[in-house]
Design a protein around this ligand. Structure first.
Ligand SMILES: NC(=O)c1ccc[n+]([C@@H]2O[C@H](COP(=O)([O-])OP(=O)(O)OC[C@H]3O[C@@H](n4cnc5c(N)ncnc54)[C@H](OP(=O)(O)O)[C@@H]3O)[C@@H](O)[C@H]2O)c1
Length: 261
């Protein structure tokens, strides 16, 4: 299977980089030529959009959602002729919309990856159109392994996944930086504070994944009555931490819905 990327920025570039560990049969395109240096460093090819449509069997659509329709318009005849597998990562854009923009009912996999794909830790919900055969899907899943964890998800839940795991790294980085600022305010060098905060975040997440205990129970195990952690927890509750986080995810969800209109 020859892979192509129409657009190769933050997300497309991360997937192309990981895929290039299992195959070098990959071509990328963009508008500015910035992806040329990425292609050279990964040992893959830089082409224009039409050549990607002409040559590739599986094409990742990695432009911003608002650009997808215009980017695909000139490629419609070639796509209809060759019927490649399209993989769309565009937030809010449905399988049916991708097929409409492509001009015909091509096989389409819709994914919602996140940037930790760059280090092989991506959370990658996916759904597929009817034209994607089990065999196509199986081959694609094998090649995606270096990217992280693909997980089949009903299409109606893709916008919720986008608001959670797609956008989630940004929220965690804000939390990471804020935690480290707190420790820096207590005198710890910022670099060490970031390191401790990141490893605490990763360790806490791993404990949840391994034990599947309710987060409230895991939190209680850290909180002694009258202790310092509860003083911190109380400060977070007073500042509306939980409702701010819930509002954050639902705001991202609403924006995904707007992008799909
Ligand atoms: N970033 C994330 O965390 C994330 C997570 C999940 C899903 N996504 C989805 O991934 C997609 C890409 O997002 P991104 O964050 O990677 O955006 P980005 O960094 O801005 O990259 C967009 C890429 O598209 C290229 N491009 C734009 N118009 C093009 C055209 N007509 N032909 C070929 N290439 C074109 C850009 O090239 P130039 O730079 O040369 O203009 C750039 O390489 C979006 O649909 C987004 O919803 C992103």
């Amino acid at each position: 299977m020859k892979y192509g990327f129409l657009g190769c920025g933050n997300m497309g570039g991360a997937i192309a980089a990981r895929l290039s560990e299992s195959t070098k049969d990959i071509a990328v395109s963009d508008r500015s030529g910035r992806a040329k240096s990425l292609a050279a460093s990964l040992g893959i090819t830089y082409l224009n959009n039409i050549s990607i449509a002409q040559e590739c069997d599986c094409i990742f659509l990695a432009v911003k959602p608002q650009m997808l329709r215009d980017m695909l318009a000139p490629l419609k005849p070639m796509l209809a002729l060759r019927r490649p597998l399209l993989v769309s990562m565009a937030a809010g854009i449905t399988l049916a919309q991708v097929q409409e923009f492509a001009g015909c009912a091509l096989p389409v996999i819709r994914i919602m990856p996140n940037t930790p794909t760059a280090v092989g830790m991506g959370v990658i919900p996916y759904c597929r159109s009817e034209a994607v055969t089990d065999r196509m899907l199986a081959e694609w899943l094998v090649d995606m392994q270096p990217c992280g964890t693909p997980d089949a998800l009903e299409e109606r839940l893709m916008d919720a996944a986008s608001a959670l795991s797609g956008s989630g790294p940004a929220y965690f980085y804000m939390m990471l930086d804020a935690l480290a600022d707190g420790a820096a305010a207590c005198g710890m060098p910022k670099a060490k504070a970031l390191d401790y905060a990141a490893r605490t975040m990763a360790g806490a997440a791993q404990m949840y994944l391994e034990t599947k205990r309710h987060p409230a129970a895991l939190k209680d195990a850290v909180c002694s009555p009258g202790g310092s952690t509860l003083a911190g927890v109380q400060a977070l509750e007073s500042a509306g931490f939980r409702s701010a986080v819930i509002d954050c995810v639902t705001a991202a969800y609403r924006r995904n819905k707007e992008l799909g209109k």
